[in-house]
Design a protein around this ligand. Sequence first.
Ligand SMILES: Nc1ncnc2c1ncn2[C@@H]1O[C@H](COP(=O)(O)OP(=O)(O)OP(=O)(O)O)[C@@H](O)[C@H]1O
Ligand SMILES: [Mg+2]
Length: 276
Amino acid sequence: MSAGGAFAPPAPLRQPDRTMSTGFNSAYALELDRVSRAFGALRAIDEVTFSVAAGERRAVIGSNGAGKTTLFNVVTGDFPATGGRVRLFGEDVTELAPHERIRRGLRRTYQSSLLFRELSVRDNLYLAARGVARGRFSLRRPAHDDGARRAAEELLSHARLAHLADTRVSELAHGQQRQLEIGMALAGAPRLILFDEPAAGLSPGERAELVALLTALPRHIGFVIIEHDLEIALRVVEKVTVMHNGRVLKHGTPHEIENDAEVQAIYMGEHGYTHH
Ligand SMILES: Nc1ncnc2c1ncn2[C@@H]1O[C@H](COP(=O)(O)OP(=O)(O)OP(=O)(O)O)[C@@H](O)[C@H]1O
Ligand SMILES: [Mg+2]
């Protein structure tokens, strides 16, 4: 299918974007069209519509229970939408299983329990590189795979963990484990990564390292980051989406959002942030 005339440029800031492209090589990494997810009577997200351009870096912020994680679950397919359509790179994936979405270049970070704690940092990344190449992890002792070895070295550098390549995961600090999870998510040519509160539980020094890592990610990889720490969220993205009660409240640049009275009242008030 040709993407030709179906292209639409990313919508200007602060304007609702209702354009849905039809080509598989879409200018958009992600398009949500009136997406809802209900849990019984509760509408965790309610007719959410917005798009993320290919390669764009976006923050999603909002108070507890706003529906941010549910939004990620609907995008990954872990909890499929109960209404509306989800497109990845121009392709409608609303009915696809999570692994089919992973095959199309979607990743999300997981909790550290998914790391192999008794293996080194390098070996974890090697297994991620192999697992993605084969579409699954192999339980058998791996034969040599030079492509995956080279990929692991590259992932070490992207995760800023080259100096800890031979360290066992169980000996890493919490922040270093989170960095490794991001490194694992980078295996196998991702095009869009969803980070759900990657700074949770990190020390100030680890937060600075996380910002450096996110900022230095390859530019063609877009990401969406849910983050309560606005010092991080607003520093690493070009555009911010604010959610409230399952709906999109507004979009804006980090500067606009930081200075938005409504956002301050709803978001910062509830969290007791005292920036000034
Ligand atoms: N699996 C589930 N079953 C039932 N209700 C759920 C489920 N997942 C989320 N919810 C509800 O949906 C609403 C949105 O939750 P969600 O986890 O998406 O919020 P959030 O914005 O990520 O909040 P937080 O900032 O606390 O992580 C909440 O009321 C929550 O209790
Ligand atoms: Mg959440």
